[in-house]
Design a binder for this molecule. Structure first.
Ligand SMILES: NC(=O)c1ccc[n+]([C@@H]2O[C@H](COP(=O)([O-])OP(=O)(O)OC[C@H]3O[C@@H](n4cnc5c(N)ncnc54)[C@H](OP(=O)(O)O)[C@@H]3O)[C@@H](O)[C@H]2O)c1
Length: 179
């Protein structure tokens, strides 16, 4: 059965990027085999959902020529963003029903595989509030940032399923407790 999984890296104090969208803090830490786990998860995912901020980070990132994922991908935005080559579908979801419909489309496209929510924390919290987020998987970098893009922009109740160490990271998997 398809699960919707927010799989991301975070600082210890719960930010997925700095105010100016830098991820330097993430790539400068020793992640051990955490990256391999994430790559395995990504390889098995059947659809991708992300926000405009996440898409724009990839768009501006040196060496990223095309959308890096082959599966159907939804980018939530209110703007007309430059298109990267690949199966990218721009959409907006301003009501709960629109977000439910978009999520249902992604689940259908995933064909029984997982839907990967790449980021960010606003969409993750919205999906959780609607009972549409199943898991949060985090690789916690050994750093605090003080401010930035929040991991989860709202209250989400979680139940820990697994915790392990990978290099200098703590990796944890949580099930979302249904509202
Ligand atoms: N640490 C990690 O592993 C990791 C993973 C993913 C992302 N990131 C980073 O985190 C940062 C992005 O975080 P973010 O908080 O800005 O989140 P984001 O969700 O990527 O982008 C937020 C934007 O998405 C659009 N959006 C969100 N919900 C929408 C909806 N329901 N309908 C239409 N548009 C919607 C809005 O853009 P509009 O302006 O178009 O309205 C909103 O400003 C980036 O710097 C990214 O690189 C880090």
């Amino acid at each position: 059965m398809s699960r919707t999984v927010y799989n991301t890296a975070t600082s210890l104090d719960g930010f997925i990027a700095t105010e100016d969208h830098s991820l330097e803090w993430l790539f400068s830490a020793d992640g051990g085999d955490a990256l391999k786990d994430t790559e395995d998860f990504i390889r098995k995912a059947g659809a991708v959902v992300c926000g405009a901020g996440t898409y724009e980070w990839l768009l501006g990132h040196e060496g990223v020529e095309a959308w890096p994922y082959e599966v159907p991908s939804w980018v939530l935005t209110h703007r007309k963003l430059p298109r990267m080559e690949g199966d990218v579908r721009f959409a907006s979801a301003d009501t709960d029903q629109e977000l439910r419909d978009l999520h249902a489309e992604a689940v259908e496209a995933a064909g029984g595989r997982d839907v990967w929510l790449v980021g960010g924390g606003g969409i993750a919290a919205d999906l959780a509030r609607l009972g549409l987020l199943d898991e949060v998987v985090v690789s916690i970098a050994p750093v605090t940032l003080g401010s930035g893009a929040p991991l989860l922009a709202g209250r989400v109740d979680l139940r820990v399923v697994d915790v392990r160490r990978a290099g200098d990271f703590a990796c944890a998997r949580y099930e979302v407790v249904r509202p």
